[in-house]
Design a protein. Structure first.
Length: 384
């Protein structure tokens, strides 16, 4: 049975969820980058650790805030005026992330270690033969044979990984869920799920990007398909007690792949309503029903959402593929929900830049532990 994760948030530096067994005062201080951590529950009552620095009686129905003594002083110092928050500190945010990744690297024991290296036998023969065949012959029909065009606006469905791979990836995700190690939101709109790079899948998806680029070069030549060079890969999870659906939005990607991993569910269809910059397409009304093992590929600017799940639980692998070439030629990324506040784009861009650095820092930190002590946290609410 999966151990419930408790919810811990901060003043302006995002939140994370982790199970009670991992929580100590010293660990919260590292994860939240505070010198002395004070934990308060949703009623504002302080939760005091015991002599070993453990907190007794934490409840998954409560929400906890981790604050520093300095933050408390700031909040209580001036009775007349409302408290002024400290200016946002991007270094603290980055250090919080590094500490979270370091903790996962130290404590996470993979269930299927072989999954973390992409090998061609993880692909269905039909997929890899089509990619390699198209690469060598440049004959588009080799590629089109495995793709089903779903709409004239460039949505295709196809099968990519073997059923064994899909099953094992889902088992790996559940294994991480059961570890109780700290998780943050996978993106600015989903509350449940996880970022796969956080547990070591970075090299896997970097390699996958090379295969998808071959396909995208042909499918989306005007949307950066030929220059895809980075990714954000995450799992989203929908179930009746958690996230049910997903608002209408577009992705912070040039090209997106969405692959259903399981499990048993009804409802939860995807709907698409045209391309952001092409009003002629906005009356599109295409609904896609997920089946396990079937992937869909579309450009990031294709407006879409997910209808409510009706029963069961649905896990999908989403990969946002990006092109630094495309991004260097346009203003701060336009991502998120429709009419999202302008600062969201700015925040997302900063976090994108931080992300590469975070992975690098965590990697460095892992190899020499004299980095002083750190602190970790979620990238606020918007994942790169």
């Amino acid at each position: 049975m999966t151990e419930p994760r408790l919810y811990f948030t901060s003043l302006g530096y995002g939140a994370l969820r982790m199970s009670a067994k991992h929580i100590t005062k010293e660990r919260l201080e590292r994860l939240f980058q505070v010198t002395v951590a004070v934990v308060v529950d949703k009623d504002g009552d302080e939760v005091v650790p015991d002599g070993e620095g453990k907190y007794r009686g934490l409840s998954e129905d409560n929400k906890y805030m981790v604050i520093s003594e300095e933050e408390i002083e700031r909040m209580s110092s001036n009775d007349d005026a409302p408290p002024t928050p400290a200016p946002f500190n991007p270094d603290r945010m980055r250090a919080m992330n590094v500490q979270r990744l370091v903790m996962i690297q130290e404590l996470y024991v993979p269930l299927h270690p072989h999954l973390f290296t992409l090998t061609e036998d993880m692909f269905l023969p039909s997929f890899i033969n089509a990619i390699n065949g198209f690469q060598s012959t440049k004959n588009k029909h080799v590629l089109l044979e495995i793709l089903k065009l779903e709409t004239p606006t460039g949505i295709y469905s196809f099968e990519i990984f073997t059923p064994t791979f899909c099953r094992q990836l889902l088992e790996e995700v559940e294994n991480f869920e059961n570890s109780g190690l700290p998780v943050t939101r996978p993106n600015s709109m989903n509350n449940y799920g996880m970022v796969l790079d956080d547990i070591g899948f970075g090299p896997f998806f970097s390699k996958l990007t090379e295969y998808i680029r071959i396909m995208a070069t042909y499918l989306y030549p005007n949307d950066g398909g030929a220059t895809l060079d980075s990714h954000h890969a995450f799992i989203v999870q929908y179930k009746i007690t958690e996230d049910l659906d997903l608002d209408f939005h577009f992705d912070d990607s040039e090209v997106t792949i969405n692959l259903c991993l399981g499990k048993d569910f009804t409802g939860g269809t995807l709907y698409f309503k045209g391309l952001l910059n092409d009003p002629m397409t906005h009356n599109e009304d295409f609904e896609f029903t997920h089946t396990v093992g079937k992937a869909i590929i579309h450009i990031g600017k294709h407006r879409h959402g997910a209808n409510s799940i009706i029963s069961g639980e649905r896990y999908n692998l989403i990969v946002w593929f990006r092109s630094s070439e495309v991004r260097s030629h346009r203003p701060a990324c336009q991502c998120g929900r429709h009419h999202s506040p302008p600062q969201q784009a700015q925040i997302q861009q900063q976090q994108q830049q931080q992300q590469q650095q975070i992975q690098q820092d965590a990697h460095d930190h892992h190899h020499h532990h004299d980095h002083g002590h750190g602190h970790s946290h979620s990238h606020g609410h918007h994942h790169h």
